[in-house]
Design a protein around this ligand. Structure first.
Ligand code: SAM
Length: 287
C-alpha cells in the first residue's frame, strides 16, 4: 500500500476504463514498479512533474506518494478524469489535471509557471503511438537548455535502443539518435516486461532517462535536420551520393572531405560531431 486510495483494478472497474488500443492504453497496476519509476525521477520534494497520460493514475499516485511537490497530468481520455479527481482530492493542491492532447498542450510551460524556481521534469508511461512524436517535439524546442532538467519515460525497447544508439550500434542509429545525442545525454535505466501491463503489449518496454546538455555543439536545428534527413533517408548509400540533394551535386564530396568525413562513408558511420560540422557547412552556404 502506498496510499489509502482504492486498488487500481477497482478504480478501472468502477469507472469502466476498459483499455483502448487507439489511445495506446497499457496500464500499470504493480505498485512496486510504479514506485521504481517514480524513484528514477527523484528526488521529487522540490520538483514539479509533468505526466503525460496518467490513465487511471497508477504512476501519478506513486509520484505523489513519494513527495512530488506538484504533478501536472495531461490525459486525453475523458473517461479517466473522474478517477484522477479522486487522487487530486487525496493530495489537495498537488495534482493539476489537464484534459487534452499532449501534442497540443505546452505542459512544460504550465509546470515552469507554477514551479517557483524548483525543478521541472517529466515522468511518464507514454502512449506508444505518440511517444517519438512527443520526444522529437520536446527536443526540437527553440529554447535550449529547456525548462526541464530530466525526462524519465517509458518506450518500447526498440525505440529506447534507437534513442541511445551511437554509430557503434549501426542498425539502431538514425535521426532520433542524432537529435537525442546532440541535445541530451540519454541512457536506458531498466526494462519492463510485457507482463507488467494490462493488457500486455507484444514487446518489452524500457525506461529511458534523458538529461539536457547545457551546451550542445552549436548548430542550426533546421540545417541539422536537412542533412540528417538526406543522409538517413538513403542510409545504404555513400554520403557523397545521399547528400547531393542538400549540397550541389559536384560539391558534396568536397564538403564531406572539408568536414573530415570520407565521402565513401554512410550516414550510420558518422557521429553527432560529424553531422554538426555538415550542418554548419550547410548554414555557411546560406541556402
Ligand atoms: N500512466 C498510466 C499507467 O502507467 O498505467 C497509463 C499509461 S498508458 C501507456 C498511456 C496513457 O496516455 C493512456 O491513459 C492514454 O489515454 C493517454 N493518452 C493517449 N494519447 C494521449 C494524448 N495524445 N495526450 C494525452 N494523453 C494521451
Amino acid at each position: 500500500m502506498i496510499d489509502d486510495l482504492p486498488p487500481l483494478r477497482d478504480v478501472v472497474a468502477r469507472y469502466d476504463l476498459a483499455p483502448k488500443k487507439s489511445l495506446g492504453q497499457n496500464f500499470l497496476f504493480d505498485l512496486n514498479l510504479t514506485a521504481r519509476i517514480a524513484r528514477a525521477a527523484g528526488p521529487l520534494e522540490d520538483a514539479t512533474i509533468v505526466e503525460i497520460g496518467p490513465g487511471p493514475g497508477g504512476l501519478t499516485r506513486a509520484l505523489l506518494a513519494q513527495g512530488a511537490k506538484r504533478v501536472i497530468a495531461v490525459e486525453r481520455d475523458t473517461r479517466c478524469i473522474a478517477a484522477l479527481h479522486e487522487i487530486s482530492e487525496r493530495y489537495p493542491g498537488r495534482l493539476d489535471i489537464i484534459e487534452g492532447d499532449a501534442l497540443q498542450t505546452d505542459a512544460f510551460a504550465l509546470a515552469s509557471a507554477s514551479a517557483g524556481g524548483g525543478a521541472v521534469r517529466c515522468c511518464a508511461n507514454l502512449p506508444y503511438n505518440i511517444s517519438t512524436a512527443l520526444l522529437t517535439h520536446w527536443l526540437e524546442a527553440a529554447q535550449w537548455p529547456p525548462v526541464w532538467d530530466r525526462l524519465v519515460l517509458m518506450f518500447q525497447r526498440e525505440v529506447a535502443e534507437r534513442i541511445v544508439a551511437t554509430p557503434a550500434q549501426r542498425a539502431d542509429y538514425g535521426r532520433l539518435s542524432l537529435l537525442c545525442g546532440w541535445r541530451t545525454q540519454a541512457r536506458i535505466l531498466f526494462d519492463v516486461s510485457p507482463a507488467a501491463f494490462t493488457p500486455p503489449p507484444k514487446v518489452v518496454s524500457s525506461i529511458v532517462e534523458l538529461r539536457p546538455r547545457a551546451e550542445p555543439l552549436p548548430c542550426d536545428l533546421s540545417a541539422l535536420s536537412r542533412v540528417t534527413q538526406a543522409a538517413f533517408g538513403q542510409r545504404r548509400k555513400m554520403l557523397r551520393q545521399s547528400l547531393k540533394s542538400v549540397f550541389a551535386p559536384r560539391e558534396a564530396a568536397d564538403v564531406l572531405t572539408a568536414c573530415g568525413i570520407a565521402p565513401t562513408q554512410r550516414a550510420e558511420e558518422v557521429d553527432v560531431a560529424g553531422f554538426v560540422r555538415l550542418a554548419n557547412a550547410l548554414s555557411l552556404r546560406g541556402d
